[in-house]
Design a protein around this ligand. Structure first.
Ligand code: 5RP
Length: 234
């Protein structure tokens, strides 16, 4: 019988991730409720003298980081990120991910790719044997011709639902829409990622393949660390 809530497990993973942060680090700051815990814990370390700078992956993260006094690096610099820390919606045994539940997948992928280490923080429930439903795959698409792009995705055999919020289309920080693709089993995440990217109007998808360096999972028994054998990072 579980005694820790999913939120407590997220907080546990986030606290552990903060221990990987070193003085002087440039950090990629992900998006979501698990990252919120990470930022809170990081803010406490800043109060005890730690110096870091951050690259935020969303307006929400930028705003909370600013509130905590975490200095942010502007957009016109080439980002040289030591560690990016982010949550995930699903993690498979190869540490491939589905991300984008919060709609920040494009910026998250740009920042993760610019980082030497990509640390993913999750609660146990995010681990799956195979990516796919019940979590639909978020795909960011341009509003221009969105119905046509959605049609291309549907022609490939998937239900492709434009995401809504309070009865309105959900709009990303980049001014785009999100379509949630209902795919029951994602057998080959790398090939699906490349197929989706070839569709005009698709900006990015929420598959993160061979990007993860380390997954920190909050569990009833304490944090569990799973390292990737290798990543495609520089
Ligand atoms: C946002 C994301 C989040 O990292 C993902 O949705 C996990 O969120 P949470 O930490 O709230 O469970 O990809 O685009």
């Amino acid at each position: 019988m579980s005694s820790l809530t999913p939120d407590q497990l997220k907080a546990q993973a986030a606290q552990t991730a903060v221990e990987f942060v070193q003085d002087g680090h440039v950090l990629g700051l992900g998006t979501g409720s698990t990252v919120h815990h990470f930022l809170t814990a990081l803010g406490k370390r800043l109060q005890s003298g730690l110096r870091v700078r951050g690259v935020p992956t969303s307006q929400a993260t930028a705003s909370y980081a600013t509130q905590l006094g975490i200095p942010l690096i502007d957009n016109d610099k080439i980002w040289d990120i030591d560690v990016a820390v982010d949550g995930a919606d699903q993690v498979d045994p190869q540490l491939h991910l589905i991300k984008g539940g919060g709609g920040a997948l494009l910026r998250e992928k740009i920042v993760a790719r610019a980082a030497r280490q990509f640390i993913v923080i999750v609660d146990e429930a995010k681990h799956v044997s195979q990516l796919g439903l019940p979590f639909p795959l978020p795909v960011e698409i341009l509003p221009f011709g969105w119905r046509t792009t959605q049609g291309h995705l549907e022609t490939m055999g998937w239900l492709a639902a434009r995401r809504e919020q309070a009865g309105q289309p959900f709009v990303t920080d980049n001014g785009n829409f999100i379509v949630d693709l209902h795919i029951s089993h994602i057998d080959d995440p790398a090939s699906l990622e490349s197929t989706l990217r070839q569709i005009p109007g698709v900006v990015e998808c929420g598959l993160f393949v061979h990007m993860t360096s380390l997954v920190i999972t909050g569990t009833e028994q304490g944090p569990r660390l799973t390292r990737a054998p290798q990543t495609s990072h520089p």
